[in-house]
Design a protein around this ligand. Sequence first.
Ligand SMILES: Nc1ncnc2c1ncn2[C@@H]1O[C@H](COP(=O)(O)OP(=O)(O)O)[C@@H](O)[C@H]1O
Ligand SMILES: [Mg+2]
Length: 285
Amino acid sequence: MAEANEKLDIGIKAKDHQTVLELKDVDFGYDESHIVLHDINLRIDEPGLYCIIGPNGVGKSTMAKCVSKIVNPLKGEVLINGKNISSMSHKEVAKVVGYVPAFSQDVFSMSVVDTIMIGRHNHRRWGSLSKDLEMVYKAMRILRITDLADKQFNSLSSGQHQKVSIARGLVQETDVLILDEPTANLDVKFQVYVMELLRGIAEKLGIIILTICHDLNVTAKYSHKVIMLERPGRIYAYGTPEEVLTEENIERVYGIRCRVVDEGEFGVPLVILGAPIMSDEIDGT
Ligand SMILES: Nc1ncnc2c1ncn2[C@@H]1O[C@H](COP(=O)(O)OP(=O)(O)O)[C@@H](O)[C@H]1O
Ligand SMILES: [Mg+2]
């Protein structure tokens, strides 16, 4: 177990309060004539790893952006610990919600250590540098990127970028951490490693980690709950992997035939994908 404990030692204190994230009647559109999210109602009041799944373009990233106040709903409310984020400044929101985008938008050149240090921005105070640096190095160690410390962020591979971005998200010490497709560029071993890590961190720190994931078997194995979106931008199902990842739900939402084996080798549903159902109705966005 030494390995597991070391993996989770990020030097962050567990939360001593319960975090509640709520979306109430949220509608969102990038313009008023094209609504992307419809009537989203969701309440998360237990720490854990929550995976948002659904087909391309359904609104997963948009939902993540609504929760982190990158965009504002046209209607409805996003509440964190009972407080409507529309009444909070971006800085206040950033203290409770960390957001790691799918693709890093950083174009400037900075070392990996400095890039992760940006995540400590809201916690920096006089004399905190050594504690902040220690946390940054712990985060690098658990993501196995210590050897990249002095490399320039914009010289890294996409998988290395992703690990750095996850580390930067973790050191923000927020109640809610949102990661948009954190495993998209990772090799299969690291996909599993990162998801196991995120699940363990959510449990250990008592935080809500909301992540977008495309792999249904990785989702089944690691998430506490799954939020399944269907076109056009609605929640189709919300519950445990066993409740959500059924053959009927996957066929309807993704338009692909599949078989779900009740208990996979690891005691979670195992999804075996079959033929896609190609029709205008299912493929149109
Ligand atoms: N910045 C934007 N401006 C206008 N439309 C956008 C923008 N970002 C996403 N969209 C549109 O919103 C819909 C949902 O996109 P997105 O949330 O990125 O989907 P997902 O993450 O599920 O693939 C898509 O139709 C997409 O084209
Ligand atoms: Mg997306």
